[in-house]
Design a protein. Structure first.
Length: 218
C-alpha cells in the first residue's frame, strides 16, 4: 500500500487523557483565531476523490466528515466526542494524509495549549477508528518527525508508526513519567524521529537527559 496524498492546510484506540497538571502555564506555538471555514482535504488525483472535512461551530472544530465518490454516503462524527475534548484549531496546524480509499491520517494540535492529537480514520465502517491525545506531531516546531510517520507516547515509551504500511518501532524512556499533555514541553522538550532513529530530550526523575536509539520499522 502506498500513500497517495499528503496535505498541510494552508487558506486524527488508544485514546489517552493527560497526566498530572503542571505548575507552569502552557504556551502554544499557534494562535486560537476563530475557525470559521470548513477545512477540506481532497485527493483530486485519485479517481474516487476521497476526502476529509472538518466543519466548525462557534469557532471550534465540531464535525468530522469523510467519504469518497461511490461510497454511497458520508461518514460523520462529532469531533469532540471522538477525542474527548473541545479543540481550537488553526488551519495552518492541521495535516491530513489519505492512503488510497483505505483510511486517512488526521494530525492536529490544539492551539489553546499545543496538545497533539492523531486520528486514523478508515473509510470502511467495519474497521475501527484509532486515536490518541498523546501524539508527537511535527506541527510543533520543537518536534521533528519525518514525513510519513506518526509518533506518540504512553509516558514510558516513544512509539513510531509508518502511515502507509503500519510498520512500527519504539524506544523506552526507562521510567514511567507523568506528562501534562497540555504543557508537554515541561517533560518532553524536543524530538528528532526518522525511520532509522529516535532522539529525545526528556525530563526524567534525575533531570533532563538526551536519549537516542537506532530503530528498524517492522
Amino acid at each position: 500500500m502506498r500513500i497517495i496524498l499528503g496535505f498541510i492546510v494552508t487558506g486524527f484506540i488508544a485514546f489517552a487523557s493527560g497526566g498530572c497538571k503542571s505548575e507552569k502555564k502552557a504556551v502554544s506555538f499557534c494562535d486560537t483565531a476563530c475557525l470559521r471555514d470548513t477545512l477540506k482535504f481532497v485527493n483530486e488525483n485519485h479517481p474516487l476523490k476521497p476526502y476529509v472535512y472538518i466543519s466548525p461551530k462557534d469557532c471550534v472544530a465540531d464535525t468530522l466528515i469523510w467519504s469518497y465518490n461511490g461510497m454511497g454516503a458520508n461518514r460523520k462524527m462529532d469531533l469532540p466526542d471522538m477525542i474527548g475534548d473541545v479543540v481550537r484549531l488553526n488551519k495552518h496546524y492541521v495535516r491530513c494524509v489519505i492512503v488510497d480509499t483505505s483510511y486517512a491520517w488526521l494530525l492536529f494540535n490544539d492551539c489553546s495549549n499545543g496538545r497533539g492529537y492523531y486520528l486514523k480514520i478508515p473509510f470502511a465502517k467495519s474497521k475501527n477508528i484509532s486515536r490518541s491525545a498523546r501524539a508527537i506531531n511535527n506541527l510543533d516546531p520543537k518536534f521533528s518527525v519525518a514525513e510519513g510517520l506518526v509518533a506518540y507516547t504512553d509516558q514510558g515509551n516513544i512509539f513510531v508508526e509508518e502511515m502507509a504500511t503500519g510498520k512500527k518501532a519504539m524506544m523506552t524512556l526507562g521510567e514511567q513519567l507523568q506528562f501534562d499533555f497540555n504543557a508537554i514541553h515541561n517533560t518532553l522538550d524536543s524530538v528528532n524521529i526518522s525511520p532509522s532513529r529516535i532522539w529525545v530530550k526528556v525530563k526524567l526523575n534525575e533531570g533532563w537527559k538526551e536519549l537516542e536509539k537506532s530503530i528498524s520499522m517492522k
